[in-house]
Design a protein around this ligand. Structure first.
Ligand SMILES: Nc1ncnc2c1ncn2[C@@H]1O[C@H](COP(=O)(O)OP(=O)(O)OP(=O)(O)O)[C@@H](O)[C@H]1O
Ligand SMILES: Nc1ncnc2c1ncn2[C@@H]1O[C@H](COP(=O)(O)OP(=O)(O)OP(=O)(O)O)[C@@H](O)[C@H]1O
Ligand SMILES: [Mg+2]
Ligand SMILES: [Mg+2]
Lengths: 256, 256
């Protein structure tokens, strides 16, 4: 039974998409069957894998609002064991449309149901907000992976994210666990990076992944080639750290 | 009559708050009277100025929903000519509540009306989305300043932002102009920075500010001291570039 992991943080630019894309690709390279779901209207995860959706084709927007079965919106990628449910900018309008649906917080969970058993992991990339799309991801997920940039504003936002997670655990999804907090864009030369990562470890203890993702320009070059970094430059420090993260996630087991 | 500038981009982490805070502080140091409005529920601009709102005090949430007059939510800051309308996390719930208001896209514009004449500039920090809060900022503004990180994903998001700006110009605010595109976190040593900034200048021409903001760790240290960088370390490259930006914005005139 596939484990569903939401990659979420309302703070913008902390590395959610970079993590969702490279963790999924790394798990696939380890031989796990993975589905990446792009729940962000910006559709960065979709273009990060070199894809884009024509207006006539199906994407997550049609799946959520019910006009298409999810099986028609699953696309293959360059990696054999990685498949994608893409997003498109029409998803920007989805939140307002979803407000009127019955049990609107569980739409994604219901739509994903039929395909979860085919995969070992389903990874969901979330937008930078705590709106209905992110709430849908948190109620569909078994766990939430929280990327955190080693910066002051990113640290500040964590308590609000934890309150939202607690709210979802109480009212929508009692099984939701924290997969871990991932320190991203870590630069050992900067005191700020050292201070923020120390504070995160004090606050979260062993829920902080041992793996840290270093600031590495190859990670931000890869999307312009439409490839995850682990394919664009497998031996760079960024790719190696995401392979280590995948091994750490896999060691937690795939059971939900 | 005060010029209202919205600092907006749905892409997360591109430097909206850092720009809103340091541009406002720089304009104040040049002698202009400035009001900074924190429209982001994350309230980073509020904490970036060393402030936080008690549950009993008024903030933008009460102003938008109409229970408080804006004059009761304006606070002074360390800088004589800079005042702030702070935000708080209760603003996360505002968008859903605003949906049922009459002319919900113009709420901010109506609430700001009484205080605009007291200032030369009103600067609005926006959240990383294209929801009702950002639409309110775009319909209240005379112009929109677009921070753009010199990264691939940030470049990709621009066409969606321009479509939304056009939509607002056609249906909500025909006077809305583009103040300019600001290149942020520029690192001259990286080919990616050079390529992206070249592409932005090809695409936007002279609407790209001459001033570029370099990647400078002092800019990200300043918020942990509750001060804009132009007070925390006025001589660093980050602060100097924001002073240059303020001079460039001021040269466009304060007339709306
Ligand atoms: N470890 C890293 N080293 C260098 N650059 C990185 C790293 N991780 C991410 N980036 C770059 O930083 C920017 C922000 O990362 P990304 O887009 O993954 O964040 P996000 O949280 O998904 O943003 P949003 O909130 O807009 O969804 C991107 O341009 C990305 O290429
Ligand atoms: N020029 C710069 N050099 C170095 N760090 C910067 C620079 N500009 C911003 N930062 C840092 O990068 C991070 C993102 O910037 P900021 O929070 O201002 O972006 P934002 O667009 O407001 O994010 P959000 O989308 O979450 O509102 C912050 O931690 C900030 O301190
Ligand atoms: Mg993203
Ligand atoms: Mg911000």
């Amino acid at each position: 039974m596939g484990k569903v992991i939401a990659v979420a943080n309302q703070k913008g630019g902390v590395g959610k998409t970079t993590t969702a894309v490279n963790l999924s690709a790394s798990l696939a390279r380890l031989g796990y069957r993975v589905l990446l779901v792009d729940l962000d209207p910006q559709s960065n995860a979709t273009s990060g894998l070199g894809m884009s959706v024509q207006d006539s084709a199906s994407c997550l927007y049609e799946v959520l609002l019910g006009s298409t079965d999810i099986r028609q919106a699953v696309y293959s990628t360059e990696l054999q064991d990685l498949e994608l449910v893409p997003s498109a900018t029409r998803l920007f309008g989805a939140e307002i449309e979803m407000v009127s649906f019955e049990r609107r917080e569980h739409l994604l969970r219901r739509r994903l149901g039929p395909v979860i058993p085919r995969y070992n992991y389903v990874v969901i990339d979330c937008p930078p907000s705590l709106g209905l799309l992110t709430i849908n991801a948190l109620s569909a997920a078994h766990s939430v992976l929280i990327p955190m940039q080693c910066e002051y504003y990113a640290l500040e936002g964590l308590s609000q994210l934890l309150r939202s997670i607690q709210m979802v655990q109480q009212s929508l999804n009692p099984r939701l666990a924290i997969e871990g907090v991932l320190l991203t864009m870590y630069d050992g030369r900067l005191t700020l990076s050292q201070q923020v990562s120390e504070e995160a470890r004090n606050f979260f203890g062993d829920r902080v992944f041992t793996t840290m993702i270093p600031r590495n320009v190859r990670l931000s070059e890869a999307p312009s080639f439409g490839k995850p970094a682990v394919l664009y430059d497998p031996s760079c420090s960024g790719s190696e750290s995401y392979m280590n993260l995948a091994k750490e996630v896999a060691s937690h087991g795939t059971e939900s």
